[in-house]
Ligand binder design. Structure first.
Ligand SMILES: [Zn+2]
Length: 269
């Protein structure tokens, strides 16, 4: 998907998009995030943003380049990952051989190193050579859960993007759903569109509770002055009350679809 779709990481993706548009693509990045965050998918979408010529900085999802990246058949993109528990020297060595090839499609070779924090010290020292003397246009993207496991000589040569301001992946998903609903409300979206979106976000009662929690947290955040000022204070307070009512409905075993739709109607009214 386009980088625009990562509403939970909006600040970060805005930064990334701007850098790409201004031509500031670095030769090495670390994308850090918990195991529950799909860093490999994010890396793909990041690469599309770098290479897509239709929507530079974002990725269009439609052009040949974006589609090839999505389908894992872009010629100049190489991926390595750990076998067993660590990413070994031989894998990095094989990658370096591939990176010696001139890119066939465009200007860049791109390498994604999954499980980078499991690299053996030997593998890290080998990779360091590529980081110190990168080929023109080559971009290395290291995916890592725990960047502390990487040598300082590696981390100091990479731009580090941290994914996840929120505690868990499940929560991130729903907070981003909550953010999406909030944005639609602020934009005055049609109810039928919001209903469709709700159908995707809320598939059971548990999802409904998570959505309510995410939305309430956002409203409370707006209330304390962080973030948007688009919605006024009294409105915020009454909206939080509506969320509390919806939560009571859910606890009273009201149908969860009905409860969230009813809530959205009240919030939008
Ligand atoms: Zn594209």
């Amino acid at each position: 998907m386009s980088l625009k779709a990562y509403t939970a990481f909006r600040k970060l993706t805005d930064r990334i998009s701007r850098a790409i548009i201004y031509g500031n693509v670095s030769h090495a990045y670390i994308i850090e995030g918990d195991s529950c965050i799909d860093k490999a998918q994010f890396a793909k979408d990041f690469i599309k943003a770098i290479l897509c010529e239709e929507e530079p900085g974002f990725g269009c999802d439609r052009c040949v380049i974006c589609r090839k990246i999505d389908h894992d058949n872009y010629e100049d993109l190489y991926t390595v990952k750990a076998d067993d528990l660590s990413l070994k020297d031989a894998a990095i060595s094989a990658l370096q051989e591939k990176l010696k090839n001139k890119p066939t499609g465009g200007m860049r070779n791109i390498a994604v190193i999954e499980d980078a924090d499991t690299m053996t010290v030997r593998a890290q020292n080998r990779l360091l050579k590529t980081l110190e003397e990168p080929n023109r246009g080559t971009v290395l993207i290291l995916l890592s859960e725990n960047t502390e496991n990487l040598l300082q000589t590696i981390t100091s040569r990479c731009i580090i993007y941290r994914l996840g301001n929120y505690e868990s992946g499940k929560e991130t998903l729903h907070l981003s759903g909550a953010e999406m609903m909030m944005q639609m409300l602020i934009d005055g979206a049609y109810f039928c569109d919001m209903k469709e979106q709700l159908g995707k976000i809320v598939k059971d009662r548990k999802d409904a509770f998570l959505l309510l929690d995410g939305m309430e947290r956002l409203y409370r955040k707006y209330l304390t002055g962080e973030g948007t000022q688009a919605v006024r204070r009294e409105r915020l307070i009454s909206n939080i009350k509506y969320i509390e009512e919806a939560r009571r409905d859910l606890l009273a075993n009201v149908n969860y679809k009905y409860a969230v739709r009813n809530l959205i109607l009240k919030l939008g009214g």
